[in-house]
Design a protein around this ligand. Structure first.
Ligand SMILES: Nc1ncnc2c1ncn2[C@@H]1O[C@H](COP(=O)(O)OP(=O)(O)OP(=O)(O)O)[C@@H](O)[C@H]1O
Length: 613
């Protein structure tokens, strides 16, 4: 009982959630349940009346009853059809909203929470549940099934009480069964046996289903990687063909799909088995109940019409009780599925801690300082940055250099607060950045990362990150980034969609994409401009043009460049050199090159030797 209450406490919470999403959902589904439950009893009750009228030779009355039954069935049919369609439309609408909520949540979470492996798993579980298990739609259908069957149990119960009250006399066991108390006892025992059997059976079936669901869910995530990326991604397609990876990829895919097929077969076998055993139990209960009804009919306690009526009631009762128990357990199952969804929606962004507004300064006098900062990525043991202390003076140009894996990008991620530091602190104008409003702090930065993304939207939308771009500012940013000519040549210029060629979109090269990403950073007009490998995909002429315009682009801003092209350091006033997570050198190019034993000189000389004759 406690378990049942717990199921419906959770169910009630979900129903309230559904009601907030769509006010008509619960009433329409409940009405549908009521109408569906009444429908079979029209036939049972009118049928019994018609048979009794025919047996008594009352033709006119039987015709009236038949007409009434047809009329009522027709009216119910129309109402039921409308309610069914309405319920389907509501289910679809609710599931659409749920999908939208999951997607919106995913793009609203801060980066640290989003990038956590657990979050990503929770996202796909929430998404998978809505997609594969009908989400709230199926949950509502199950609740209305429960209600419909409860109504049915109620009506059948009334008819069966009426049946038990029709007592008759007899000998031995028949006499006991024909008596009123005997009938009640026999019915009670039959119904209890039925309830216990279905209760245990439904719990077993649904526990097993949950177990199979959990197994197939993680498998489906792995298969999704093949479907969405390995088979369709353009970048992957090149590597796949170049290294003849067809066999390897296909074998891995076969392994997964065979495993999946194994689970499905197991599920089907299990479902078949459960249908057969439930059907056998159902028939057994029906046979006993019909025997009881037939016994009373032979003894003259019920009429011929009554025989049909009570037999129908027994069948309805049996079916409805089984469904009530199954529905309860299915609701338990659906609430477990939906918990993935609700838990994901309740997820909090861990970085959204501060509320202090960031001072708006037209003179861009913002000063950021790292105080003995150490960092390791959440869930990992290895220190990626160790005891980094550095002050980023205002309006200066910084370069960050170091070997692969030295921690340069991680330093930038901490600066932009994609992650919080593990030890130490970062301050903005003397105040810990964790105290500032997260969005306002982020607004201080415009960064272009190595793995920047452009979207399959219009060029103007990509630059302005809005559906209503300021055209003049967009063109100015494109000009500064050296992409103006390219966009002018596009069929719809700023309105040209990227990538989707069938919608008049255009594909662009890697270097052109990088210029658009730089233009987007310039459009943002933030006080800090950060470019991680800004010219990696650019040809030497474009690279030269961009560097010669940099001064102009970032003249009253603080800028940070990460680059493996050491020559770009000469444009910067201050160079930070990282090695294995530590800041090992700092200063101007002239000073650092003079430290001949230092990492900077080693990096510079290693690259320079390829340019010397
Ligand atoms: N999301 C992450 N989770 C765990 N470890 C990470 C993550 N991202 C980076 N690392 C680790 O942090 C270390 C520093 O990486 P980072 O990207 O900061 O180096 P980098 O100096 O920018 O390298 P590169 O020049 O190759 O871009 C690497 O050893 C890397 O494996």
């Amino acid at each position: 009982m406690k378990k049942l209450l717990e199921i419906h406490r959770k169910g009630y919470k979900l129903l309230k959630m559904i009601h907030q999403l769509n006010h008509s959902a619960v009433p329409v589904f409940m009405l549908w349940a009521a109408a569906e439950s009444g429908w079979p009893f029209i036939g049972i009750l009118f049928g019994a009346g018609i048979v009794d009228a025919l047996v008594a030779g009352e033709w006119e009355q039987s015709l009236w009853l038949a007409g009434g039954m047809l009329g009522l069935q027709l009216a119910f049919g129309v109402v039921l059809d409308w309610l069914r369609k309405e319920s389907e439309a509501i289910s679809m609408e609710i599931n659409r909203q749920c999908n939208a909520h999951v997607c919106l949540k995913s793009i609203s979470l801060d980066y640290q929470t989003f990038a956590d492996k657990k979050s990503l798993e929770e996202f796909s579980a929430a998404d998978y549940n809505v997609a594969k298990h009908g989400g709230f739609g199926n949950f509502l259908i199950e609740y209305s099934t429960l209600l419909r069957n409860l109504f049915s149990v109620g009506i059948s119960m009334g008819l069966l009480v009426d049946f038990c009250l029709h007592g008759a006399k007899g000998d031995g066991l028949a006499g006991i069964l024909l008596s009123v108390p005997g009938s009640f006892l026999a019915m009670f025992l039959l119904l209890t046996a039925m309830a216990v059997f279905y209760g245990k059976f439904a719990a077993y079936v649904n526990d097993h289903s949950l177990e199979i669901f959990q197994k197939t869910m993680s498998l489906s995530q792995e298969m999704g990687y093949f479907r969405d990326q390995l088979f369709y991604d353009e970048q992957i397609a090149k590597t796949l063909r170049m290294y003849h990876m067809k066999e390897l990829v296909f074998q891995e895919w076969e392994k997964l799909s065979l495993k999946n097929e194994g689970f499905l077969r197991k599920r089907w076998r299990f479902e078949d088995l459960s249908k057969i055993s439930s059907g056998a139990a159902n028939s057994l209960v029906l046979v006993f109940s019909y025997l009881l009804v037939a016994l009373k009919a032979f003894a003259g306690a019920v009429s011929v019409g009554g025989l049909a009526k009570y037999a129908g009631a027994v069948q309805q009762m049996n079916e409805a009780m089984k469904n009530v128990i199954e529905s309860n357990d299915k609701i338990r199952l659906y609430t477990s599925y939906l918990a993935y969804y609700t838990n994901y929606l309740e997820k909090k962004s861990v970085l959204d801690t501060g509320s202090l507004p960031v001072e708006k300064r037209l003179d861009n006098l913002y000063e950021i300082e790292f105080h003995d900062v150490s960092f390791r990525y959440p869930g990992t043991e290895e220190w990626v940055l160790r005891h980094v202390s550095v002050k980023l003076d205002m309006k200066k140009k910084f370069a960050v250099v170091g070997q692969n894996g030295a921690g340069k990008t991680t330093f930038i991620k901490l600066l932009c607060r994609f992650y919080d530091v593990s030890e130490g602190s970062i301050t903005l104008n003397g105040i810990d950045i964790r105290k500032y409003d997260y969005q306002e702090y982020m607004n201080l930065f415009a960064a272009v990362f190595q793995d920047f993304a452009l979207f399959a939207f219009a060029v103007g939308e990509n630059i302005a990150c809005s559906q209503d771009p300021d055209q003049d500012r967009v063109w100015k940013a494109l000009r500064c980034a050296g992409a103006e000519e390219k966009v002018k040549r596009m069929s719809k210029q700023l309105d040209t969609p990227l990538y989707f060629e069938e919608e008049g979109g255009e594909s662009i090269s890697g270097g052109e994409a990088q210029k658009l990403a730089i233009a987007r950073a310039l459009y943002k007009d933030a006080p800090f401009v950060i470019l991680d490998e800004p010219t990696a995909a650019l040809d030497p002429v474009s690279e030269y043009e961009i560097y010669s315009r940099f001064d102009d682009m970032v003249k009253d801003k603080t800028s940070v460049y990460i680059s493996h092209r050491m020559s770009s350091c000469r444009f910067c006033q201050d160079i930070l050199v990282f090695d294995q997570g530590s800041l090992v050198q700092r200063g101007s190019h002239a000073r650092l090159i003079g430290e001949t034993e230092g990492m900077y000189a080693a990096l510079w000389n290693a690259q320079a030797k390829y340019y010397r004759r």
